[in-house]
Design a protein around this ligand. Structure first.
Ligand SMILES: *Cc1c(COP(=O)(O)O)cnc(C)c1O
Length: 423
């Protein structure tokens, strides 16, 4: 299997006449087809709703596409809430799944009528102080501790994660919330990230469904939804098989029928907060090769850097690279593909086999549609790129302009002495 870019060399040569590299480009068709499939996978559940994790790709033009499939927004910060509000997403269409939350962010979420998903038992009183009276519907984030296992091994380590209530705290928290007048409840858990197996959601669902039954029996809480959160991954490697979302939806349905339905909880809604799965494969970072360097290794220097895509530098993450126009050629040259930061980890690929790269070639860095642009920063005074949308009809639309030096210097605008530089 090979990864095929959704843009050709000819398309990119046309695009750069208006929007120079580097840029992130997103594939509307791919986003729509995937969102439709997710909706279908959970269509057996009457209340099903996906709250797109805004942090993954905080662009209103892209989130608007998802709204056509009934998606809401999962927010965890003030500006994510503001973005949702600006798009007209409010009330129960917002899930506020934050942690270590500042008071003003809770207040803003409450003002928008978002469903608040508490990360900690101490946040009950914290929120009550802010709001006076707690909302009628509240959710609590669960962290069972230990390790999270599926049949083929350990997936992640919730015991080391800062998030959520312990099992005991879930019961105590529900009792306290009930006493304080909360009427409807949800539970949430995010126990493993970027899972590329159809087993994660069903195994997580079973654990949460069993907890929900016990919570209902022991506290009498009216549980309205179970939020399986994010964590469904994508195949970043070219030979990796992706998830089958229909099989995942069906796996969750089986657990639902096995655990919730017999407990008289067949009306509970399933929620998800997927980010990566919704967007990652449908984004490319497009960059141009501007230098080649032959020293102790062979280097290709691009006009993008870790500021545009941090995952390789931060996690050593693999992102596949296609040299546009050379798709059919043998990968018989080994390169480190670098950016220009004064940091030696600013490498999109290390010892990567590619066709011979010539100066001026365009490189597509794959699977940058989630946690790509969004993780950008401004180290070395580097500016963030534009974002473009490849529409279904083939048109290209600017959906975020590139930063300019003026944006970079904007936070000095309160100092008169720097006015003269007219950034
Ligand atoms: C990051 C995050 C998500 C999305 O995670 P993905 O791995 O992108 O699916 C969902 N919910 C919460 C609370 C998160 O922090």
């Amino acid at each position: 299997m090979n990864k095929v870019p959704f843009v050709t060399k000819e398309q990119v040569e046309e695009i750069v006449k208006t929007y120079p590299t580097p840029f992130h480009i997103y594939d509307e068709k791919g986003i729509r087809e995937n969102a439709q499939k997710l909706k279908q996978a959970f269509s057996w559940n009457k209340g099903y709703k996906e709250f797109f994790a805004v942090k993954a790709t905080p662009n209103p033009f892209l989130i608007d596409i998802l709204r056509d499939y009934g998606c809401g927004c999962d927010c965890s910060s003030l500006t994510e809430l503001m973005l949702s509000e600006a798009m007209g997403v409010k009330g129960e269409d917002i899930m506020f799944s934050s942690n270590d939350t500042p008071a003003e962010e809770f207040a803003y979420a409450a003002k928008l009528g978002a469903t608040i998903n508490l990360d900690d038992i101490t946040h009950i009183e914290f929120l009550e102080e802010i709001m006076g009276k707690l909302p009628e519907t509240m959710s609590c984030r669960y962290n069972p501790g230990g390790v999270f296992k599926i049949s083929n091994g350990i997936m992640d380590n919730p015991g080391d994660a800062k998030y959520g209530f312990t099992t005991e705290q879930m019961f105590e928290g529900f009792r306290i919330l009930k006493e304080k007048g909360v009427k409807h409840f949800g539970i949430h858990a995010f126990l493993a990230s970027n899972t590329v197996t159809n087993e994660y959601y069903p195994v997580l669902a079973k654990e949460m469904f069993e907890l929900a039954v016990r919570l209902k029996e022991e506290t009498g809480a009216d549980i309205r939804f179970i939020n399986l959160s994010g964590g469904i991954g994508v195949p970043y490697l070219p030979d990796q098989e992706g998830n089958d979302i229909l099989a995942i939806g069906d796996g969750v349905r089986k657990m639902y029928e096995e655990v919730l339905v017999p407990a008289g909880m067949g009306d509970v809604a399933i929620y998800t907060e997927l980010g990566r799965f919704m967007m990652a494969p449908y984004g490319h970072l497009v960059t141009q090769a501007i230098h080649e360097k032959h020293t102790h290794k062979e280097y290709i220097g691009c006009d993008a850097c870790a500021v545009n895509l941090m995952r390789p530098a931060m996690y050593g993450a693999y992102h596949h690279i296609t040299v546009l126009g050379k798709e059919g050629q043998a990968c018989d040259h080994m390169y480190d593909v670098t950016g220009s930061l004064c940091e030696n980890n600013d490498k999109f690929a290390i010892d990567r086999m590619l066709p011979k790269v010539d100066m001026g070639d365009y490189l597509v860095i794959h699977d940058t549609g989630a946690h790509g642009f969004a993780m950008g920063y401004n180290y070395n005074g580097k500016l963030k790129s534009s974002e473009l949308l490849l529409k279904e009809n083939g048109d290209v639309q600017l959906i975020r302009r590139a930063e300019t030096p003026k944006d970079y210097f904007a936070t000095f605008d309160c100092f008169e002495i720097y006015d003269k530089f007219n950034f």
